[in-house]
Write a protein that binds this ligand. Structure first.
Ligand SMILES: Nc1ncnc2c1ncn2[C@@H]1O[C@H](COP(=O)(O)OP(=O)(O)OP(=O)(O)O)[C@@H](O)[C@H]1O
Ligand SMILES: [Mg+2]
Length: 311
């Protein structure tokens, strides 16, 4: 009997076709001719799924697609061996564009939104989600809710995962996060700015304690190149990221989620999974384009992550 590897179910409701346009010089308001165009996959959940695959995991991306762009997205997911379960909607999957200028470390992002969802679209998503095998699975839920989704959309998904015995890694700020807490997400993983904006106040330890009090089983609060904090009911850990020459840290949070999800799926303990996640975050920051982690970089950086117990 073959035992199939446990998939990582990545919820990324609004994936996109990501176009990267490279220019020798870019002048706003001028005529700019790209010298290279690369077409790929984007969106936080989709990027998390791609990085899970890069790390040797077996992702299934769950989201909405539409039109010819949606078909192209599925072809690209096939090529990268990323599994998917999509609900098809009217309209087109969004296209997002990254403009890169030679010698300029800042990139420009042109972001489209997906067409607003209607009640039927959401009902179909719930049905699809309830049909998945979630018992024992790690389920990253990533990114902002698309327009038209109910405010408690993530709360409902968390409820389904919790009931079936899966573990949610929740990476979203604001009201959708607050509403999801009572459904006991296994790990809330957001950055410090998002946490303080969501719960108010200026004190991280207080805000972390509040997440746990309201139902999160644990929380990882990242702070870019500074130390991250992990809390659960019984311990607080401070995790030191590896020192690196960062090129572009956008998407590093998604890389952390991917590393954590793969490590937890392999049955590793939380402290080890945190090291893996932090190494992946740093590995992402080494590249100009998000989501391009190299397992060799992760292996090297893993040794430079340290975990300190504060309790
Ligand atoms: N400059 C850096 N040096 C070392 N590690 C970094 C750096 N930037 C990011 N990281 C790693 O990536 C992790 C996540 O970074 P960050 O807190 O910026 O995530 P984020 O704000 O959620 O990013 P995004 O939402 O764009 O994915 C950090 O905890 C750290 O491990
Ligand atoms: Mg983030």
């Amino acid at each position: 009997m073959t035992i199939l590897p446990k998939p990582v179910i990545c919820v990324g409701l609004s994936p996109c076709v990501q176009r990267i346009l490279e220019f020798a010089r870019f002048e706003p308001g001028g005529v700019n001719r790209a010298r290279k165009v690369t077409v790929g996959i984007g969106g936080k959940g989709a990027n998390t799924a791609r990085m899970v695959r890069k790390l040797g995991g077996h992702p299934i991306l769950v989201g909405y697609i539409g039109g010819a762009n949606g078909m192209l997205l599925e072809q690209m997911l096939d090529a990268e061996e990323v599994g998917y379960r999509h609900v098809v909607v009217q309209g087109e999957t969004r296209i997002c564009q990254t403009l890169v200028e030679e010698g300029n470390p800042e990139t420009t992002e042109l972001v489209e939104e997906m067409p607003p969802l209607n009640a039927d679209n959401w009902r179909h998503m719930m049905k699809l989600f309830e049909s998945l095998e979630l018992s024992g699975a790690v389920v990253p839920i990533c990114g902002k809710l698309p327009a038209g989704a109910p405010a408690d959309a993530y709360a409902r998904l968390c409820g389904v995962v919790h009931e079936q015995g899966g573990r949610v890694i929740l990476d979203t700020p604001g009201q959708p996060l607050v509403m999801a807490l009572e459904h006991r997400p296994y790990l809330v993983k957001i950055n410090d700015v998002e946490l303080l904006q969501t719960l108010g106040g200026e004190d991280l330890p207080t805000a972390c304690a509040e997440l746990i009090k309201r139902g999160a089983q644990s929380a990882l609060i990242t702070r870019g190149s500074r130390t991250a904090f992990f809390v659960d009911g019984s311990q607080t850990l401070e995790i030191h990221p590896p020192p690196i020459e960062a090129v572009n840290p956008v998407g590093s949070g998604d890389a952390v989620t991917a590393g954590l999800a793969v490590a937890l799926t392999e049955g590793r303990e939380i402290a080890e999974a945190l090291v893996e996640g932090m190494a992946c975050g740093a590995a992402n920051a080494l590249h100009l384009i998000s989501g391009q982690i190299e397992p060799g970089d992760v292996a090297r950086l893993r040794c430079a992550v340290s975990v300190e117990s504060l309790t």
